[in-house]
Design a protein around this ligand. Structure first.
Ligand SMILES: [Zn+2]
Length: 91
């Protein structure tokens, strides 16, 4: 194997997230939507946010929502619910 090939493989390796890694998408919801309470702390919400959790499985499957949370609530509460980047947990 020549050096240029090793360099190329190394680059691919770095580009792939580790198995079981989590990522989060969060954003404010339409202000006209009135859901009332935060799903995390159960208190009234003035500015409602939605957070979708996704987990990385493999190159083929990519990021999926399998066994992942989808929550509405306070921006601060949703961020507090995030998991560490890697967590050992049975699927
Ligand atoms: Zn809350």
């Amino acid at each position: 194997m020549d050096l240029s090939e090793i360099g190329h493989l190394g680059l691919l390796e770095e580009a792939e997230p580790p198995f079981g890694a989590y990522r989060y998408r969060i954003g404010p919801q339409n202000p006209m939507a009135r859901y009332g309470v935060c799903e995390v702390c159960c208190r009234p919400v003035q500015a409602l946010y939605f957070q979708a959790e996704e987990r990385y499985f493999s190159r083929e499957e990519g990021w999926t929502g399998y066994h992942c949370s989808r929550l509405y609530g306070h921006d601060k509460c949703l961020r507090a619910m995030r998991k560490p980047a890697r967590e050992d947990r049975a699927l």
